[in-house]
Write a new protein. Structure first.
Length: 597
């Protein structure tokens, strides 16, 4: 039997005999299933070990949208850490040493001094509480055995419970973990702090009215405050409330912003721009995923739905976001059908969306619950992704080196800045900043083409030809952009026309519905009045009926009394007649009746 089959059979038997064995394992490295679309085959019998016992790093490949296979490491070139990534705007799976963390999703990630800290998460329905560290300079994993702080006045000593769906925030040289789902949830949100220098956790004491316990929320660092929005509580109720924690006083405040807030949701992404604007994108309810963008002005505390530029992102939830300058990168997520394969970037000043790259195949980058952080190395910015779930749990690390922001902005369609964020970047400053950047791009392209033809022509001829080709290419690109812009404008006009027609129909339907409602209300009022009148008449008739019953009884009594009186009078008259006839008859000499004898 193959070793992998033997291991699977062993785990299956162990699960049947002792279902709780997994929670008692102090450290267990889960190797992911090899995906032929992601990795090259590994040789089992001919692989030599490194001096430290680890297998030598092998290049890994990710398929891109155009079908090209990108090799993540050149065996002839040995570079250290993130500096080994030489490709722009493409995800690369670098070779990482050390024991990989357990595969997971819905974990937290934060950067402190060139180290990425991973805490918690969900694996096969089990919440985790381990703390893993990736040294970004050496690209090496290690595990920290964290301790629990003692009873100081600022913190209380409690066990760190396993959790998932929490938020991990770097604050100075420490890490704050806030909210999250746990096996035994508390009534309110808990705030914990980890000190990498002492390797100790502390449960921080907060003041004010803390939010109810939840997971899947967004927590954004704005100055010296943490802004929490939405999430899902322990009863699976979706939320869209807004809470702010002052990190200097550790005091909670709940805010009711004006305007229309985002609908209740969880697993969305949030970012802050210019220390003033909170952006909320995507997320999901129990049955729907969203692709809407909301902006909260933290000075006026007003929600708005700004007009977006460029392409329209698809719905997604469980995605990750990170800001680099004024660019907001969005990675992964799912739409209840498939994982989202596009890596997007939003210029937060112009609100213009564009696609950085697209991955293909069943890779962790197109999954939910992954983490995303940014780091700098030798003046270059890098995005680092870890984990996720897209049918299987991942513990892979991927790195993307975004192109210089001037190159990225040149790909975007320049349109008028949204009124909601126009104050963040004046138009004059934007035009002044764009000129040197475009010159830098052109100069870079000229130098690149010149070096390719260095052996064929004199320098001045090559430069002229290169300039002509570059101008021709720029004109073609300009014409293409103008054509695209015209199509978008025509499409926008058509949508406005359809919207106006729909609003007109809606107005007519509203008027008709209002008239019909008023008519029905009038009829109902008339019927209610008639019903009330009938009830009054009925009460009067009942009263008259009772009076008639009384009168009938009185009449019947009078009739009996009258009959009795008449009978008595008749009897008296008869007796009187009888007695009068006998006396006068005797005096007159009339013989008495035979009946009397």
């Amino acid at each position: 039997m193959a070793s992998t089959e033997a291991m699977r059979l062993f785990v299956k038997i162990l699960e049947e005999e002792d279902p709780a064995w997994f929670s008692r394992v102090p450290e267990f490295t889960v190797e992911p299933i090899v995906d032929v679309e992601m990795h090259k085959p590994k040789l089992e019998s001919t692989t030599e070990l490194e001096p430290n016992g680890d297998t030598p790093p092998e290049p890994k490949i990710i398929s891109t949208e155009n079908g090209d296979m990108l090799e993540t490491q050149d065996k002839d070139v040995i570079m250290e850490g993130l500096g080994s990534i030489g490709i722009y705007d493409q995800w690369v799976a670098p070779s990482v040493s050390g024991h990989r963390p357990r595969a997971r999703y819905e974990h937290g990630a934060a950067i402190v001094q060139d180290k990425m800290y991973i805490f918690g998460g969900n694996h096969n329905g089990r919440y985790l509480n381990d703390l893993q560290v990736l040294d970004l300079k050496r690209l090496a994993w290690s595990k920290l055995e964290a301790k629990v702080a003692g009873g100081s006045p600022e913190s209380t000593s409690v066990p760190i419970a396993p959790c998932a769906g929490h938020s991990l925030i770097s604050w100075g040289y420490k890490i704050i973990s806030i909210a999250g789902h746990t096996k035994d949830p508390s009534e309110t949100v808990r705030v914990k702090e980890f000190d990498p220098q002492t390797c100790m956790w502390s449960n921080l004491r907060t003041y004010g009215k803390p939010p109810i316990s939840r997971g899947g929320q967004s927590v954004t660092l704005v100055g010296t405050t943490l802004v929490m929005f939405g999430g899902q509580d322990a009863k699976r109720t979706l939320l869209n409330d807004l809470h702010i924690l002052d990190l200097e006083t550790m005091t909670w405040d709940e805010f009711d912003a004006i305007g229309t807030p985002p609908s209740p949701r969880s697993d969305h992404a949030a970012a802050c721009h210019a220390e003033r604007y909170l952006l909320i994108f995507g997320g999901g309810s129990h049955a729907t995923c969203f692709n809407d963008l909301h902006v909260l002005d933290l000075q006026t505390m007003e929600w708005s739905r700004p007009k977006q530029q460029g392409m329209t992102p698809g719905p997604r939830a469980g995605h990750a976001g990170i800001t680099v300058g004024e660019n907001w990168f969005i990675v992964g997520g799912g739409d209840n059908k498939n994982g989202v394969s596009e890596t997007l970037v939003l210029n937060m000043s112009t609100l213009a969306w564009s696609v950085v790259t697209t991955v293909q195949g069943r890779v962790p980058l197109a999954s939910e619950g992954l983490s995303l952080v940014s780091s700098s190395y030798n003046g270059e910015d890098y995005l680092v992704s870890f984990g996720g779930y897209n049918g299987r749990y991942s513990n892979e690390v991927y790195v993307l080196k975004p192109r210089h922001k001037s190159d990225m902005q040149s790909k975007m369609i320049e349109r008028p800045v949204s009124d909601n964020i126009a104050a963040l970047r004046p138009t004059e400053n934007a035009s002044r900043d764009a000129e040197p950047e475009s010159e830098e791009i052109q100069d870079g392209k000229i130098r690149e083409i010149t070096m390719d033809n260095v052996d064929s022509e004199p320098l001045n001829i090559r430069t002229e030809d290169t300039s002509e080709r570059l101008v021709t290419a720029l004109k073609a690109e300009k014409e293409e952009l103008e054509a695209t812009l015209n199509r978008e404008q025509l499409h926008g006009l058509q949508l406005k026309k359809e919207l106006a027609e729909a609003e007109a129909r809606n107005t007519e339907l509203s008027k008709a519905s209002l008239q019909e409602l008023q008519s029905v209300r009038g009829q109902l009022t008339a019927e209610q009045s008639r019903c009330f009148k009938l009830e009054v008449d009925l009460a009067e008739l009942r009263q008259k009926l009772q009076t008639m019953d009384t009168l009938e009884k009185e009449v019947e009594l009078l009739q009996r009394q009258k009959a009795a009186s008449e009978q008595a009078a008749l009897s008296a008259k008869q007796r009187q007649s009888s007695s009068s006839g006998g006396v006068w008859g005797w005096l007159a000499g009339s013989p008495p009746d035979a009946s009397d004898s």
